[in-house]
Design a protein around this ligand. Structure first.
Ligand SMILES: [Zn+2]
Length: 328
């Protein structure tokens, strides 16, 4: 009995040791499970990150490829009629193509601003910048008091789009692409816009002007009276923006254009392509030319947008730039 008791008493610490070992073993198992879970969770999280990276990489690649796919038709459009046709096709293909084309046309906009930059805020306009811009070809100004020399010939090229009604029409080569883009975008938006009368040589302006003077004289007016009357609509040679190669009449040179869909489209969008209406209704006292809703000229996107925002005609805008040049 004593032995058994001793034996059993001896066994008590052994049983405790066993329980302790079991506890340690269980703790170790739990620890291993916890570590395994943590590792699993970490690997899952890592996988998500990788997947995210992969998907963002995919989307940026997709973005790049869409840019590449639209830069094709956009650049073709700038250079030829076939490009305009391919843009038509891509626009009809899907709305995605349309938005991509819009994105690429925004890109193209900035490359034709004249100073190749986005619109500068007034606060950053310096006298040096104003002096330089005032001498740039896209801000050339002509009127009765500022006649261009008879021998001035701008660097014109054929406009060459389906939106002209005459294959011989010409425009200044430095901004003809902007005109093509304007025409393509308008027509792709369902606006029937086309070129009616662009560049005129000094000689052809002289002929048109003289014909108009003679028409008025035939109604009983004197030469002087007829010249004043004619010049309200047709400038004498050397005074017309058409002679600069930078201006054109859209659709029809008549008051019937006013208020039409193409007229409204131009008023809203022309500045985005660097064009401004030369003879607005509220500037007749400054331009000395009757309101011509169909006559636009190129000044560059930067200047066109600023002129529109300030509601300035080119004469006023040149005065504004002159005041900046003079540090006022
Ligand atoms: Zn005109």
């Amino acid at each position: 009995m004593n032995d058994r008791k001793r034996y059993s008493e001896k066994n008590v610490p052994a049983k405790r040791r066993l329980k302790w070992q079991v506890k340690v073993l269980l703790a170790a198992i739990v620890l291993v499970i916890v570590i395994a879970l943590v590792v699993l969770l970490l690997s899952l999280a890592g996988g998500t990150t990788i997947n995210k990276n992969a998907s963002s990489a995919d989307s940026s690649i997709a973005q790049d490829s869409s840019d590449i796919s639209t830069s094709g038709p956009a650049s073709e459009e700038l250079s030829s009629e076939s490009g305009a046709l391919s843009k038509n096709a891509s626009s009809k293909a899907s709305s995605k193509a349309k938005s991509s084309a819009a994105a690429s046309s925004k890109k193209a906009d900035t490359s034709f601003t004249g100073n190749a930059e986005s619109v500068l805020p007034d606060s950053s306009l310096t006298p040096e910048w104003a002096a330089k811009e005032l001498d740039m070809w896209y801000l050339y100004y002509v009127d009765f008091d500022n006649r261009m020399p008879e021998n001035y010939v701008p660097p014109v090229v054929k406009i060459n789009t389906k939106y002209t009604r005459n294959s011989g029409f010409e425009f200044d080569s430095r901004c003809v692409d902007q005109l093509r883009r304007l025409l393509n975008d308008a027509n792709n938006s369902g606006v029937d816009l086309f070129v009616y009368s662009p560049y005129r040589t000094y000689a052809s302006q002289k002929t048109i002007y003289n014909n108009r003077v003679n028409e008025i004289k035939n109604k009983g007016k004197s030469q002087a009276e007829a010249e004043i009357e004619a010049a309200k609509r047709i400038m004498p040679p050397g005074c017309s923006e058409h002679n600069l190669g930078l201006a054109l009449d859209f659709n029809i040179a008549s008051d019937s254009f006013t208020g039409t869909k193409p007229c409204k489209w131009l008023m809203e969008h022309a500045a985005d392509y660097g064009f401004i209406m030369s003879y607005p209704k509220d500037k007749v006292h400054l331009t000395k030319v009757d309101y011509e809703s169909w006559h636009y000229r190129y000044v560059g996107v930067d200047h066109a947008k600023r002129m529109k925002a300030k509601n300035m005609c080119l004469l006023e805008y040149r005065q504004f730039l002159t005041s900046i040049k003079n540090g006022k």
